[in-house]
Write a protein that binds this ligand. Structure first.
Ligand SMILES: NC(=O)c1ccc[n+]([C@@H]2O[C@H](COP(=O)([O-])OP(=O)(O)OC[C@H]3O[C@@H](n4cnc5c(N)ncnc54)[C@H](OP(=O)(O)O)[C@@H]3O)[C@@H](O)[C@H]2O)c1
Length: 329
């Protein structure tokens, strides 16, 4: 008999009360697909949820995991357009398991030749990057975007997608050893977080300033980004890796007319229709299969190695994402 090992959260804490449990393999009901799960990343949001510190918390106990990828292994009655073996984004929480059922209407099919590891990381970070670049302010080719945490999954996606859209990026990191890698990925300029960014920018881009700043850190790092923006520019906060609040000097509002906004993919997905979602993921999958959009993988762990995997995912100076291989127990 097949088993369905799953990472089940019993209580929010640090370290979390998480155990690997053998559950029944679910049957796909009408309108559903059964997915054999392949790979799932551990993202900062997963760690925040395990700690009980996130915008929306699940009811406990729950199978954790915000994203991942699986292959269709069963098709419920009334489902059209899917075949066994299709690669699918579940678009449903609870991905850290070996088998799950999903609604066929909300699952996203991917091109057959999409690599499983990249596909597993497609639904959150690349989507966030594309929406940050296209839905916050109106940008034209040649415009400048500045971001911090540029080595993150979102940050690297921003670099690659911005280059595809003809935008230029200024990328702030906290480690000089990342400069060459990010420039190779398409970054126009890389700067160190500890530097004074406004004067550091002075000799670049003929005096043009960024219209959009993307903040995933908060605190003084966010303020540094805001200081570099063109008058009337927008700073979008979408992450809080530094866990420090953003204190905005009055002058940035009065004299520079800066706009401060937030972005949360969960909110966008709740509002967007399925056609809009599928169009977004089709664009991203096309770039991914053309190898124009990639996120590095630092290490892959099995479900039974989850404590070590979580420790690695929470560590600084990673060289990429930590993935869970759901087919290996
Ligand atoms: N709002 C949304 O819809 C949305 C969607 C996706 C992601 N996010 C958020 O975006 C952020 C990045 O997520 P991700 O999955 O792309 O991250 P990731 O790949 O796990 O990378 C984390 C990054 O954060 C940097 N970092 C960690 N602590 C930092 C600090 N104190 N100061 C400066 N940099 C720091 C790391 O720098 P090093 O490389 O130097 O260690 C690394 O580049 C997270 O906050 C996540 O929750 C939000």
């Amino acid at each position: 008999m097949k088993t369905n090992l799953a990472a089940v959260l019993k209580d929010f804490a640090n370290p979390p009360l998480l155990s690997i449990e053998a559950m029944p393999v679910p049957e796909p009901g009408p309108g559903e697909l059964l997915l054999e799960m392949k790979l799932a990343p551990i993202n900062p949001a997963d760690i925040n949820i395990l700690e009980g510190k996130y915008g929306e918390l699940p009811k406990l106990p729950t199978v954790v995991g915000n994203e991942g990828v699986g292959r269709v292994a069963g098709i419920g009655s009334g489902v059209k357009g899917f075949s066994e073996g299709d690669l699918v984004l579940p678009m449903k929480r609870g991905t850290w398991c070996q088998w799950m059922t999903v609604s066929a209407a909300s699952a996203i099919p991917l091109p057959a030749h999409t690599g499983e590891a990249q596909a597993a990381m497609l639904s959150v970070n690349p989507a966030t990057a594309l929406l940050l670049l296209e839905s916050m302010v109106c940008l034209s080719p040649g415009d400048l975007v500045i971001q911090n945490a540029s080595n993150s999954g979102v940050g690297r996606s921003v670099i690659q997608i911005a280059a595809l859209l003809g935008l230029r990026t200024i990328n702030v990191v906290r480690r000089p050893e990342l400069f060459a890698e990010l420039q190779e990925a398409g970054a126009d300029l890389v700067l160190l977080e500890e530097d004074d960014l406004r004067p550091a920018l002075a000799g670049h881009f003929d005096g043009f300033r960024p219209l959009l700043g993307l903040n995933a850190v908060g605190g003084s790092s966010a303020l540094q980004l805001a200081n570099t923006l063109a008058d009337g520019g927008t700073l979008v906060t979408y992450g809080a890796m530094g866990r420090q609040p953003l204190k905005v000097p009055n002058g940035l509002l009065i004299f520079r007319d800066l706009c401060f906004r937030g972005f949360w993919l969960t909110r966008w997905l709740k509002k967007a229709g399925m056609a809009e979602q599928r169009a977004l993921y089709q664009r991203l999958a096309d770039w991914m299969t053309a190898e124009k959009l990639t996120q590095p993988v630092a290490e892959v762990f099995s479900l039974s190695e989850i404590p070590k995997a979580l420790e690695q995912a929470a560590s600084d100076r990673r060289s990429g994402k930590i993935l869970l291989d759901l087919s290996a127990s």
